[in-house]
Design a protein around this ligand. Structure first.
Ligand code: C5P
Ligand code: ZN
Length: 470
């Protein structure tokens, strides 16, 4: 099966039209998001243009602001390619030859105006929502960018692995324990190109770099009773199975285990996991064949984390260099990765030790003030939910200081989105009510609101949440 076989016909023809715009433009501006998905998307776009011999700049943005729109509208580049962002702000784009490859919930105003605006400004909007697919599971920003890249030249199939990294970085494989939808077809391309191997395995984080004990103790999402955060339990687990923790004096990683050890350890862990968590504990994992064992880039989740560690600390350019094959960039990224790990772990302890999570009837929240960076507060909120330190039955909202007001990050368990919760709508409507703006996805969304309006925002969000969830 080729990826183009599973795409709706309308998407295939829209991709061809957008590819023609890329072919025609003399020079281009790429604008992309700072997270793992955005960086992989930016890399796919940039490599595609390199191969076409097109001059281009790549600019990273945390979100679309008035300044971003001014930059898009005022750019003298022949075309502007916006990746993993932009769909929510289409009505602010007023120039010719804009291409948006995104998966965020689109701007409803634009959809309504689309028919007559089409005559004046031509935006090539490529987003799964427009074709009846999900932006949360079926395809990500890097995936849509890859589809366009492949429409430009089928030989760009060797970029499919970057779209797999983007999808994993946006947790698109979490609900089913594997990639689904368009992502499956993109994965097939990556496998066909020889870049990715998909295998059934434990889906904990850090299988290629963390010592076995740390892998089990801290890698679990969802947590497993008796293992997660339980060093004695982990020691017992491996000694019960007769699996040595070291080889030749060095700590072994999960990928160092032989097949027999891995199968026995997985079966034992599954027997400890609750019925509902089994799907998340084991499933499909993605190995990136072109990277060496232990490099931190061989497992798709670890690669995505390396990119996040760059982008969320104002160094997305290093992430882009990694994706474009610059070996030296990995050394620069190592410092970012260590900082990221330290920051996340300090942030988690800060929230837990100070008992900062407040519960209301339909929502829980914490206010990190200036203690947690606004770019990582969402990651922290998500980890609190999955580690069980925050209640899974309630969405979690997290506030953090930002230059332009207060940043809000929202996360929810799949259980709630399955029952009708859509955080993207909640963030958009509640922030607009207090003079801010926001959006995102049903399970992960964000907003920026004016300082001092947190309580009103919470009230509005809670009203919306209670009316959505059945
Ligand atoms: O920053 P955070 O990781 O919490 O963002 C979660 C999602 O919400 C991202 O996909 C982001 O693009 C989106 N978001 C948004 N508008 C904002 C803030 C975040 O659409 N003002
Ligand atoms: Zn994304």
């Amino acid at each position: 099966m080729d990826v183009s076989d599973v795409l709706p016909e309308r998407l295939s023809s829209d991709l061809c039209r957008a590819a023609a715009v890329l072919g025609k433009a003399k020079d281009l501006l790429i604008i992309t998001h700072i997270d793992a998905d955005g960086i992989s998307a930016g890399a796919i776009a940039s490599i595609t243009l390199d191969r076409l011999g097109k001059r281009h700049d790549v600019i990273f943005e945390k979100k679309v602001t008035e300044d971003t729109l001014r930059m898009i509208n005022g750019s003298d580049a022949g075309a502007v390619w916006v990746c993993d962002l932009g769909s929510a702000y289409l009505s602010g784009m007023k120039r010719h030859d804009v291409i948006v490859t995104d998966h965020h919930v689109p701007d409803p105003k634009w959809r309504r105006k689309q028919t007559f605006l089409d005559d004046f400004c031509d935006i090539h909007h490529l987003n799964p929502h427009s074709y009846g697919a999900s932006g949360s599971y079926d395809v990500c920003g890097a995936g849509m960018t890859y589809l366009l890249s492949k429409a430009v030249d089928p030989a760009n199939e060797d970029l499919a692995y970057l779209a797999v990294i983007g999808a994993v970085g946006d947790f698109q494989d979490d609900r089913e324990g594997r990639l689904v939808g368009y992502n499956t077809a993109i994965l097939k391309d990556a496998i066909a190109a020889g870049d990715v191997t998909a295998s059934e395995d434990l889906r904990f984080y850090g299988r290629d770099t963390r010592p076995l004990t740390q892998y089990l103790q801290y890698g679990g999402d969802p947590p497993i009773l008796g293992i997660t955060d339980n060093p004695a339990g982990v020691q017992r687990f491996f000694s019960d199975l007769g699996i040595p923790l070291k080889k030749d004096g060095a700590w072994r990683t999960w990928t160092d285990l032989d097949d027999d050890e891995r199968v026995r350890a997985t079966a034992y862990l599954l027997s400890m996991a609750s019925e509902e968590d089994k799907n998340a504990v084991a499933g499909e994992v993605y190995t990136l064949n072109r990277f060496k064992r232990g490099s931190g880039l061989r497992d798709a989740k670890e690669y995505a984390t390396a990119l996040n560690a760059c982008g969320r600390y104002d160094d997305a350019e290093t992430g882009l260099r990694i994706c474009k094959g610059d070996v030296k960039a990995m050394e620069d990224a190592e410092k970012n990765r260590l900082d990221h790990r330290r920051n996340i772990s300090a942030a988690l302890s800060y929230v837990k030790e100070n008992h900062m999570i407040h519960e209301r009837r339909f929502v829980q929240y914490f206010d990190a003030g200036s203690k947690i960076r606004e770019t990582v507060v969402g990651i922290v909120a998500g980890m609190l939910l999955s580690s069980g330190d925050a209640r899974k039955e309630l969405p979690i909202l997290a506030f953090a200081d930002a230059d332009d007001g207060v940043k809000v990050s929202a996360r929810a368990s799949r259980m709630l989105t399955d029952r009708g919760l859509d955080l993207s709508l909640v963030m958009k409507a509640a922030s607009e009510k207090v003079g801010g703006y926001g959006g995102g996805h049903s399970v992960a969304a964000g907003a920026t609101i004016p300082r001092g309006r947190e309580k009103d925002f919470l009230d509005a969000a809670e009203d919306l949440i209670s009316s959505q969830v059945t």
